[in-house]
Design a binder for this molecule. Structure first.
Ligand SMILES: [Zn+2]
Ligand SMILES: [Zn+2]
Length: 265
């Protein structure tokens, strides 16, 4: 096994930009030391595809759910299909769910309804939840804090402030860092400070492939192999050797997205 080793905690391997090359993408990722990829679904049909992919691949695990921007497209019965898929032990998480106020297609009350369903399902099954947030951090924090229950899971592709991070971590959440943390802009120094300040047991790395390729690949189709680029960037920010960063983030990911396949919880 190559060292260091990484877990890409958020990718979309069934996206049309990746799905035809999955075998090659997985081989490239493995060569970079990626030992596991959590592939997140965006709708019921995609959840089935993600679960099938996970069932047929040793390093892929599935997150099943309906993306907030797809909630208004969900047909009657789609939610039941998601619930049924959780019986497959290659499903290790619920999502992605959350709230998105950037894209306006899905009415906000529909997003809230589905967000609550995902949270309740994850809690009932003891699985982590994968939360998407775009231009909706105050609403997500208010919703979760009003709900007033611990949340096991990740706020994927986190881009908020340190107070936001502290409130999410107080609820029990991990924070997923992806390509955005490598982008240079007016906020990058503040964000670097945040990454240095997050307790090491809450840090996860991810790609969100095919989106958000890290620097210097920005704008190109992203792949799980580039989780190593994100990991090396965080290692440098924290002053950690690469091996230390990979072990910390990999242990965090394996503990949160615990395997259900070999009899482990
Ligand atoms: Zn997302
Ligand atoms: Zn995503």
């Amino acid at each position: 096994m190559p060292s260091p080793r990484w877990v890409d905690t958020h990718a979309h391997l069934t996206h049309s930009r990746l799905v035809d090359r999955v075998a090659e993408i997985l081989a490239t990722a493995a060569a970079e030391g990626v030992i596991r990829i959590v592939s997140a679904a965006t709708c019921a049909e995609d959840a089935l595809a993600v679960t099938e992919l996970a069932t047929n691949s040793s390093i892929v695990r599935a997150a099943v759910g309906i993306h907030p921007n797809d909630t208004h497209l969900a047909a009657p019965g789609d939610w039941d299909r998601i619930v049924a898929l959780t019986e497959n032990r290659h499903v290790v998480a619920i999502g992605e769910t959350g709230l998105d106020k950037y894209w306006k297609d899905a009415p906000f009350d529909v997003q809230l309804d589905f967000f609550a369903r995902h949270l309740d399902l994850a809690e009932r099954l003891g699985l982590p939840v994968v939360i998407h947030c775009r231009d909706a951090m105050p609403e997500i924090l208010e919703f979760l804090e009003t709900r007033n229950r611990p949340v096991k899971g990740t706020l994927h592709c986190f881009t908020g402030t340190l107070p936001d991070a502290q409130r999410l971590m107080a609820l029990g959440l991990h924070l997923g860092f992806g390509g955005i943390c490598t982008f240079r802009n007016k906020d990058s120094d503040t964000f670097a400070e945040l990454i240095r300040a997050v307790p090491e047991d809450r840090i996860l790395v991810e790609t969100d492939a095919p989106f958000l390729s890290p620097h210097p690949f920005r704008g190109k189709t992203n792949e799980p192999a580039r989780v190593a680029v994100v990991g090396r960037f965080i290692a440098e920010l924290r002053g950690w050797p690469e091996d230390k960063c990979s072990e910390i983030t990999t242990q965090n990911a394996l503990a949160l997205f615990a395997d259900r396949i070999d009899g482990s919880p």
